[in-house]
Ligand binder design. Structure first.
Ligand code: SME
Length: 157
């Protein structure tokens, strides 16, 4: 397929519905998880212009920085620490409207104000998380949760 994304503006739900088939097409026929994580980050960053989009991957009992788009970030996060480590521990999506109000939030960038973290499952096991950061307070909601959970479900192991 052509590797150019078709981007649109407008309602968030409509944007996701337009982007998701393109992400599916990008992942089609490619088995390598790192390549697919990379293209998911790039597609989301290009469409939504969020501050930071990236995966942390479970390796040897901690989360290690994987493919991402945005400013440099911390490389390792322990289970139960920060929003990412808590998502891993609780095995469910966490939406943080204001990071200053999340005890133990790990500030990789001082510009980050709100955040959503989605667990990535291989069967019943969390094997990675998708982390998205924004400079805007309260930027993420259930619509983002619904579509981002769908997008990470496309990853095959
Ligand atoms: N804020 C995250 C750390 C990762 S960076 O935002 C890229 C956390 O609290 O887990």
């Amino acid at each position: 397929m052509a590797e150019d994304l078709h981007l649109i503006e407008g309602d968030k739900k409509v944007i996701y519905e337009h982007l998701i088939p393109q992400i599916k097409a990008l992942l089609e026929g490619e088995q390598d998880i790192i390549a697919n994580m990379g293209n998911i980050c790039a597609a989301l960053k290009e469409q939504f212009k969020w501050l930071w989009v990236g995966f942390y991957i479970v390796k040897d009992g901690e989360l290690v920085l994987g493919p991402f788009q945005g400013p440099v970030a911390c490389t390792r996060i322990k289970k139960g620490k920060g929003v990412c480590g808590t998502t891993w521990q609780e095995e469910k999506t966490i939406i943080v409207p204001n990071v200053e109000e999340f005890p133990g939030h790990i500030a990789c960038s001082s510009l980050s104000v709100s955040e959503i973290v989605i667990p990535v499952f291989n069967g019943k096991e969390v094997i990675a998380v998708l982390d998205v950061d924004s400079e805007i307070e309260g930027h993420f909601d259930e619509i983002d949760q619904q579509f981002l959970e769908e997008i990470v479900s496309f990853l095959k192991f």
